[in-house]
Design a protein around this ligand. Structure first.
Ligand code: 4GX
Length: 250
């Protein structure tokens, strides 16, 4: 997959792109990230890419022209299928695992990192095909959101993680939160590993993990349960914990 990132701070990506799984994916040729400095497309001698808002008001607005020129430079008309042009913004659709899976199927993405109070509306109207938010909080720029998207998408690319896709039992792929994990030692500062995990009984371990994931999801993110495939056994278990909870607090 190729990802073009339009940013006024390309240096923010250096550590991210040269660390761990993202670094390895690039070295293996599974991910190619092309950092484009938007300032290279500024017309004025000071390389400004922002200006005052028409109608007045506080702050500055990112100009349309440098962003249009940068994207047009990336798409000289040769590419048959137009890649998604994604604007990182708090007004976008909320990013989730389903969107990461969708984006991971693309050959090419263009990510635009906004700054200041926002971007000229004509960027949205005529350049951007999708607007994505990574959550309901305000950041100083779209660079961290772009890294979040690249990270979540890259780990889904074929061959990037060890295990083959289908075998992944990852929490969000299953729709549930993760079950508790333990590693050595068996006893740490008086805190013991649950006996069942040492039992070697794989059916009991599977059931314990499933129940832990169900209970955690029920307590912390009950909204997720609505979209999970629950077996009759899962339903009986959830009924049981909610009954116990009602008895504890009448
Ligand atoms: N998830 N920000 C972008 C400037 C901006 C505003 C409007 C384009 C349109 C954010 C988030 C986020 C702050 C990045 C405002 N650019 N982006 N920036 N949360 O808070 O994506």
């Amino acid at each position: 997959m190729r990802v073009d990132v339009l940013t006024i701070f390309p240096e923010m990506f250096t550590g991210f792109l040269n660390t761990s799984i993202i670094k390895r994916a690039r070295e293996q040729g599974r991910l190619e990230v092309n950092l484009v400095n938007i300032r290279a497309y500024a017309r004025n001698k000071h390389r400004n890419v922002d200006d005052y808002p028409f109608g007045g008001g506080p702050g500055m607005v990112m100009q349309a022209e440098p962003l249009f020129l940068a994207v047009e430079d990336l798409l000289p008309g040769g590419e048959a299928a137009r890649p998604p042009v994604i604007l990182m913004s708090p007004q976008g659709e909320a990013f989730n695992q389903g969107m990461a899976e969708e984006l991971a199927r693309e050959e090419h993405l263009i990510l635009i990192c906004g700054h200041y109070e926002g971007v000229d509306e004509r960027v949205r109207l005529a350049l951007v095909t999708r607007e994505i938010s990574i959550g309901d909080y305000v950041l100083t720029g779209g660079e961290l959101p772009a890294m979040v998207i690249i990270d979540a998408v890259t780990r889904l690319l074929p061959g990037v993680l060890g295990a083959p896709e289908g075998a992944r039992e990852d929490s969000f792929a299953m729709g549930l939160l993760e079950y508790p994990q333990y590693t050595r030692p068996r006893s740490f500062r008086g805190l013991e590993v649950p006996e069942v995990l040492l039992s070697g009984n794989h059916e009991q371990i599977r059931r314990w993990r499933r129940q832990q994931a169900l209970e955690r999801t029920w307590r912390r993110r009950p909204d997720l349960l609505a979209r999970v495939n629950l077996s009759p056994e899962d339903r009986r278990f959830l009924e049981e914990i909610s009954r116990r909870e009602r008895e504890r607090t009448p």
